[in-house]
Design a protein around this ligand. Structure first.
Ligand code: PEP
Length: 254
């Protein structure tokens, strides 16, 4: 597949996998995906498995991501993990503002923006998630919701930082439901996001930002989704938990 931007496909393991299970999964991915050069491959295990997974992928084409981080660098924030601590495990990416954190932890856009700034300060690349609910889509509010989340979550980022930021469009109605956005629906929103980025940062920055699609991506729909001009990768939940499905998504996207 000839893409303007290099595809980036990340697996969000969420609150799944013990250390032993994480090693099984990542060792299987290493075997299956050793020859893949066309795609940036990222796995995002739970915090507890970062250390062991980091060692296991040292000599591979798989990169490490975390699922969240604190906006603070250190201090009295019980239960939080700082960017610098993630760096100790050679983490390169961090998912911010996933809809589950927006919903269950009530994370607002302004907090996500502060976390994104903290991530860049530590040379971590944030994967910033945005997406509307079904009710919002049906009310014709998709652009309003996605635009507001996007602008609010990027406050304070410079042009250079924006280029190193990944945006993940994840319609909430498609996450974990088996109901993916059609390729045309995904392309429409991705084009909208790129237009918003162009307004905020200029055309040349917007053209360089990678925008992932997330929401029930599986081996059978990956190719059509990745074929869209403004879809530059995927953030994968359920199908990232097994060697076979995650590696097939990647192979089918090339
Ligand atoms: C996600 O939660 O980021 C996600 C896209 O999940 P799933 O692939 O299971 O829909």
């Amino acid at each position: 597949m000839n893409k303007e931007r290099k595809l980036i496909i990340a697996g969000n393991w969420k609150m799944n996998k013990t250390v032993a299970e994480s090693l099984d999964l990542v060792n299987g991915l290493k075997r299956e995906l050793a020859s893949v050069k066309e795609v940036d491959i990222v796995v995002c295990p739970p915090f507890t498995a970062l250390g062991e997974v980091s060692k296991a992928i040292l000599d591979s084409n798989i990169r490490l991501g975390a699922q969240n981080m604190s906006e603070h660098n250190f201090g009295a924030y019980t239960g939080e993990v700082a960017a610098g601590m993630l760096k100790e495990f050679s983490v390169r990416y961090v998912i911010l503002g996933h809809s589950e954190r927006r919903q269950y932890q009530g994370e607002p856009d302004a907090l996500i923006a502060r976390k994104a700034t903290a991530a860049h300060a530590a040379s971590l690349r944030p994967i910033i998630c945005v997406g509307e609910t079904l009710a919002q889509r049906e009310a014709g509010e998709m652009e309003k919701i996605v635009g507001t989340q996007l602008r609010g979550s990027l406050v304070g980022l410079s042009e250079e930082q924006m280029i190193e930021t990944i945006v993940a469009y994840e319609p909430v109605w498609a996450i974990g439901t088996g109901r993916n956005a059609t390729a045309a629906q995904a392309q429409e929103v991705h084009a909208f996001i790129r237009k918003e980025l162009a307004t905020a940062y200029g055309e040349s920055v917007a053209r360089r930002v990678r925008i992932q699609y997330g929401g029930s991506v599986k081996p059978s729909n990956a190719r059509e989704l990745m074929n869209q001009p403004d879809v530059d990768g995927a953030l994968v939940g359920g199908a990232a938990l097994e060697v076979r499905s995650f590696s097939e998504i990647i192979k089918n996207s090339i």
